[in-house]
Design a protein around this ligand. Structure first.
Ligand SMILES: Cc1ncc(C[n+]2csc(CCOP(=O)(O)OP(=O)(O)O)c2C)c(N)n1
Ligand SMILES: [Mg+2]
Length: 322
């Protein structure tokens, strides 16, 4: 794969540095949130995305700022990669007024920013398939040149909403890219036990679209395949289904003791760690400087969110459509 598909004129190494900076920032954010959940508890469920940051940041690196994003529930890497402010993201998680939704949501599925094209998620898995087809249809009708990217897990891929959205998007050649994060688990169900095909991507031909499998721990490879899929969508040639193979490192939610799981990764070891994969290509001194800066950014943003006030009760009926 050449660098012709990267979304602007920076060199491939400059892209790698920028992706590394984001991936490592998300990694520190993951660790900071875990520490907080362990020490203080958490009002809701935190679904860790640790180990999956590379594919989230890599895919989103191929998007243009105006493109639309529907993220999945594993962490905040998607929203951060799309340009949202870390303090706002932590604010939403911690139920603080500085959150992007004013801290009203709480939990992993309640970030949103129209300005950044981050259109949110829902508590009902798979609702974003049809919403994603919807914004892609809007872009097609308006001719605004935007592409919608929808993230989802291997478990969510079994929802009926997937069938509706995927078939319609292909028939109408809507500008949408489907990115499945196959981490091998859907809560306590192993992928092998809930899928009739060895790969989610195997289902793509039935919908008349390409199905592409990529190593989800290789952020640059994910950027490349996503850039190709986005180019295709923007040219009016319709959707692509990308399956990024990854691993669920932690429990379904932080605190899940995983009694159903035998393959548990021990300690903090992350096999095929996306941070290390990228870091190998960066000079040690430069990498250390990026790491230190990322750690500082995360600490400052987390402290700022923690120190912020909780939303006033009076805002509860704001932003409600009725
Ligand atoms: C329609 C629906 N069914 C069930 C749930 C509960 N639930 C939340 S996450 C999850 C597992 C999803 O697995 P997958 O899509 O593979 O994503 P992962 O958690 O592995 O990232 C389940 C069953 C839900 N939120 N919505
Ligand atoms: Mg899964």
């Amino acid at each position: 794969m050449t660098s012709t598909h990267v979304p602007d004129q920076r060199t491939r190494h400059e892209h790698l540095i920028e992706i590394y900076r984001k991936v490592v920032t998300v990694r520190f954010a993951e660790l900071r949130i875990r520490g907080h959940v362990e020490a203080e508890g958490f009002g809701g469920f935190w679904h860790p995305g640790i180990g999956q940051e590379g594919l989230q940041v890599g895919a989103i690196a191929a998007m243009q700022p105006a493109d639309y994003l529907y993220y999945a529930h594993r962490g905040l890497g998607y929203a951060y990669a799309k340009g949202m402010d870390l303090t706002a993201l932590f604010g939403d998680l911690l139920g603080r007024a500085v959150g992007s939704t004013g801290g009203k949501g709480g939990g992993t599925v309640h970030f949103a920013s129209a300005e950044h094209g981050v259109l949110g998620q829902g508590g009902t898995l798979g609702s974003n398939f049809v919403l994603g087809a919807g914004t892609a249809l809007a872009s097609q009708l308006l001719g605004d040149g935007r592409v919608t990217v929808v993230f989802f897990g291997d478990g969510a891929a079994a929802r009926g909403t997937w069938h509706e959205a995927a078939i319609q998007a292909s028939v109408w050649k809507l500008p949408v890219v489907w990115v499945c994060e196959n981490n091998g688990w859907a809560l306590s169900a192993r992928f092998e036990d809930q899928s009739p095909t060895p790969n989610v991507a195997d289902r793509a031909p039935a919908y008349g679209m390409p199905g592409v499998i990529v190593d989800g721990q290789d952020a640059m490879a994910v950027m490349d395949v996503t850039a190709q899929a986005i180019d295709r969508a923007r040219r009016g040639e319709g959707p692509t289904l990308i399956e990024a193979k990854t691993l669920r490192i932690r429990g379904h939610y932080e605190g899940d003791r995983q009694p159903y799981r035998q393959d548990q990764v021990q300690g903090d070891e992350i096999p095929n760690d996306p941070v290390h994969r990228l870091g190998e290509h960066i000079a040690v001194e430069e990498r250390r400087a990026i790491d230190a800066e990322a750690r500082r950014t995360v600490e400052e943003a987390f402290d700022a969110a923690l120190a912020a006030p909780r939303p006033d009760r009076s805002v509860i009926f704001e932003d409600v459509w009725a």
